[in-house]
Structures are given as C-alpha cells and as structure tokens.
Design a binder for this molecule. Structure first.
Ligand code: NAD
Length: 488
C-alpha cells in the first residue's frame, strides 16, 4: 500500500519502502512507503490548508457526514478485520470487534456534534458580559501504537473530526495497513480530501516532524511511557496541546466474597485477550488468601483451554505476540522472576509444533511465589504472562496495587458494593472496574493517573481536548464611561 495524503495514494519522496509481516507466519503481508520528514511536512501543509473549510462546516453537516462514514466502515468490517489480523496477529473475532468499536466511537461523537450550548457569563461589575465558545484546536498529529491500531485511532479521530480539526496520522511502523484502508473508506464515503492524512514511517522521523512542526497544534499519542516522556519534552518546544495515553500495570483484586467462577473468567479475558498486549490488561493479580487455592486451580484449568494459533484460524482464542522483540521481552521477565524463586503454574515457554515455528508465539503463563522486586511485578509486562500474589486483606491489596509508577486501570471483584467503592476511592488509577474485566466505552472518559498519561480520551472529557476555549468580552454602552489611563 501507499501513504494516504490529500485523498490520494502517495509514495515517499525517497521511493523507499518497508515490509509489513504477519506475526503468526512471518510472511510479508504488504509493504508501505518509508516516509521521511519531507513527506510528513507535505501532509501537515495539506491538513493545515483544509482546516478552515472543514471547521466552517455546520455541526449538523459534520455530524451527518460522520454517520455516513460510519455506515461505510460497517460495510467493510470483514475486509478491515482480516487486514488487522494479518498485520497485528489478534484472532479474527477480536479484530471484528475492534473495527466495530471504531464505528461505535465515531457514532457517539457524530451524535454529540453541535449539541453543546456556549456560555454567556455576566460581569460581576455589571458592565457587560462574556460569551465563552469552543473552537477546534487545529491540525492534530495522531500517533498510534500497534496493539489497537484501529480503535485507538478511532479514539482520536472521532472527537477530533467532530470538533472540526484536521489530522495527520502516524500509525505504528508495523501496523499501518488497516489505518490506511480506513482512511480510504472514510474519504470515499465523503470525508473531504486532506482532512485525514496518513503518513507511514519511523516514529523517530515522521513522529518527530509532527512534534516539531509549528503548524501542528496538538499531539494525541498512545504508546509506551518512555516514548510519552520524550514526546512531552519535544511538544514543549512549540507549546503543543498533548494527550498522552501511556503504559499500565493494572491490579486485579479478588476478595473472599467474590463470585469465583466469574472472576476466573474475568482474569482470563483481562490478561490473555490480544495476547496480553493491552494497556489495561490485568498485569498483577491479588487474591485473598481464603480463596486463593480454589481460584488458582480453576484459573489454571481455564488457561489450559486457551487455543493458541494463527488469528485467521476460527478456533484460535489467542494469537501470537506481535513481534520477536516483544516475545523476548516477556520471556526475559518470566526468566528473571523464576530466577528469583517464582513458580510457573502453566506456560512459561514457546509452544512447539510446525504451525508455531515461524510466528512469535508464547504460551499463556501463570506465575506464583513471585518476588515483588521482580520486573514482572514492577514494570509493564506487555504479553501473556501474569504474576499472582496472595494477600491477607483489602488494605494489603490496595497498598500493593498502588505500589507502582503506573495508574491506568484496576479492578475489584466482590459482592460487597461498600467494599468495592472504598477500593475504587483508594486505588490510584484512572478507571476501577467492579466485577468486570477492562472494557472501554465511548461515553466514559479513559486515561491514566501517575505515569500512565495526561488528559483523557473518550466521553465528553475526551472531546474537550479537541477544543480551544474562546472568550469574547462584550461591554455595554454606559453613558459617560471612559477607559482612563493613567488613573487620575
Ligand atoms: P511505542 O511508544 O513504541 O510506539 C507508539 C507510537 O509512537 C508508534 O506509532 C511509534 O512509531 C511512535 N513513536 C516512537 N518513537 C517516537 C518518537 N520519538 N516520536 C514520535 N513518535 C514516536 O508504543 P507501542 O509499543 O507501539 O505500544 C505499546 C505501549 O502502548 C504499551 O506501553 C501500552 O501500555 C501503551 N498503550 C497505552 C494505551 C492507553 O490508552 N493508555 C493504550 C494502548 C497501548
């Protein structure tokens, strides 16, 4: 495929390309241009040029257009999902659900477009009043990771387009294909050319241009905390607005009064969906000691039933890890933990067999007796391995849960709502799920405390980040009034 700029397919000025591989087979799926700073600059110029016209469209026209675009995506779910599985690795049913979630997000914001009233604020002095209105921020640079290339693009595009901004998107280097297809579908459905541009290429080149170019007003970034730290520094040079959705090490607490079967299912879904590569995957499991034995037995049995394989196989329930580097990172964390005395309950190795030879597969892994100084307890493990800890009570669980530089998601499983609400108050995280694995919804804000991010995506709060606030002060004519300077 080629880059998508101003409604057309484009090559890089250098003509260089890079291959995109299927993580399950190692086969080349396609290739894309290796964009550079000049390519990014051209796309930014186009987005800047189209801003005025796009933001001047009436809200109801923008709303209708976004609904039309979402209908077009619905007609292409299968093709987009196949493309996503091929480049990312996730099972097809997860890919379909990801494309559908993009549609849900777009429809939610299409419904909000133009629904806000602006404020009229009277001056306390009685001289007049202000009108407070909202204006689009401008050109947005959207930088997207490889774990959810579609839905995390949707979290940025949907509120951003609804608010009247234009976009230059930089997909992750290994997962640009479905984002490119989406841009094409959306433009064919009526999104004006140049409102949404997609530039492929390395983050350190294309991303840096987005960060430094003064025509870009906002950076919406999802990715690792380390990259986010760098982005925050770079964005400071031109005082860009930023939203950062970064890493997490989410705790899941299972109390002694929880519905154990439900919590076991929640833990399996929460840790092994997308092969554990979700910012809000369950990454540390805390079990009350009275139920720990029963829970661990049932959980191990459930994990044994996970079918690892190629995401295109309809029987697969967990695909490969996205890249070799990612698989080795998980392996190192498991080895380091076992070196410090952890016990592997299940998994802890690559699956064997010809169908696994060429892909980056790793078995779903459960660890007990994990020393809390281990990397898997202290850092983000972005893959299918889970450390399990036994705690004596809720206070210990909360203390451990908060013992992290991250604060993205968290969950508590109990039949006692008082207990759950207390835990939600005490846990330092952007979201606490009660009796549910992590599920994001377009209508509620999502984001991190501590080093898990800045700002919020989704919900009304997410929309706010795509607006500037404009104040117009209006002074009534008062007979005899003067602006005296200097005061005498
Ligand atoms: P990453 O930080 O390596 O890359 C993310 C994006 O940033 C990619 O498009 C990459 O090309 C680009 N990039 C890299 N260096 C850059 C630079 N110097 N300037 C500009 N752009 C640059 O992250 P990843 O490995 O793709 O994604 C996994 C991480 O994302 C995990 O840490 C995960 O927790 C996090 N994540 C967070 C959320 C959230 O909402 N909080 C959601 C999903 C993933």
């Amino acid at each position: 495929m080629r880059m998508f700029v101003d409604g057309n397919w484009a090559d890089s000025v250098t003509g260089d390309t890079t291959s995109i591989f299927n993580p399950a087979t190692g086969e080349v799926v396609d290739s894309v241009p290796m964009g550079n700073r000049e390519d990014a600059r051209s796309a930014i110029d186009v987005a800047r040029d189209r801003l005025q016209k796009w933001s001047a469209l009436s809200p109801i026209e923008r709303s209708r257009l976004l609904y039309r675009v979402s209908e077009a995506i619905k007609s292409n779910v299968e093709e987009l999902a196949q493309s996503l599985t091929r480049e990312q690795g996730k099972p097809l049913y997860e890919a379909r659900s990801e494309v559908s979630s993009f549609v849900g997000c777009l429809e939610y914001y299409a419904g909000l477009t133009g629904r806000f009233r602006s404020a009229q604020v009277p001056f306390t002095s009685g001289e007049g009043y202000s009108i407070v209105t909202k204006k689009p921020v401008g050109v947005v640079g959207a930088i997207v990771p490889w774990n959810f290339p579609v839905s995390l693009l949707g979290w940025k595009l949907s509120p951003g387009l609804a608010a009247g901004n234009t976009f230059v998107v930089k997909p992750a280097s290994t997962t640009p294909l479905t984002d490119l297809k989406l841009a094409e579908v959306m433009t064919k459905a009526g999104l004006p050319a140049g409102v949404l541009n997609v530039v492929t290429g390395p983050g350190s080149v294309v991303g840096e241009e987005l960060l430094e170019n003064p025509k870009v007003s906002k950076i919406a970034f999802t990715g690792e905390t380390e990259t986010g730290r760098r982005i925050m520094g770079q964005a400071a040079l031109t005082i860009k607005r930023i939203t950062l959705e970064l890493g997490g090490s989410d705790p899941m607490i299972v109390c002694d009064d929880a519905d154990i079967n439900l919590a076991v299912e929640g833990a399996a879904f929460g840790r092994f969906r997308n092969a554990g590569q979700i910012c809000t995957s369950v990454k540390r499991l805390f079990l009350f000691q009275d139920i720990a034995g029963d829970f661990i037995k049932k959980f191990t049995e459930m994990v044994r039933r996970i079918r690892v394989g190629n995401g295109l196989d309809p029987h697969t329930t967990m695909g490969p890890v996205h890249s070799e580097q990612q698989r080795q990172e998980v392996e190192h964390m498991v080895e380091e933990a076992t070196g410090k005395g952890a016990h592997v309950l299940i998994g802890g190795r690559r699956p064997s067999g010809a169908e696994f030879d060429k892909g980056h597969f790793y078995e779903p892994t459960l660890l007990t007796d994990v020393d809390y100084s281990s990397r898997i307890a202290r850092e983000e493990c972005f893959g299918p391995a889970l450390p399990i800890f036994v705690v004596k009570d809720l206070e210990e669980a909360i203390e451990r849960a908060n013992d992290s530089v991250y604060g993205l998601g968290s969950s508590i499983w109990t039949r006692n709502l008082d207990r759950a609400q207390y835990a939600s108050e005490m846990i330092e995280a952007g979201t606490t799920w009660i009796n549910s694995p992590p599920i994001s919804r377009p209508e509620v804000p999502f984001g991190g405390f501590k080093q898990s991010g800045i700002g919020r995506e989704l919900g009304l709060e997410g929309l706010e980040h795509y607006y500037e606030t404009k104040t117009t002060q209006i002074y009534e004519y008062i007979k005899g009034k003067k602006w005296r300077y200097p005061e005498n």
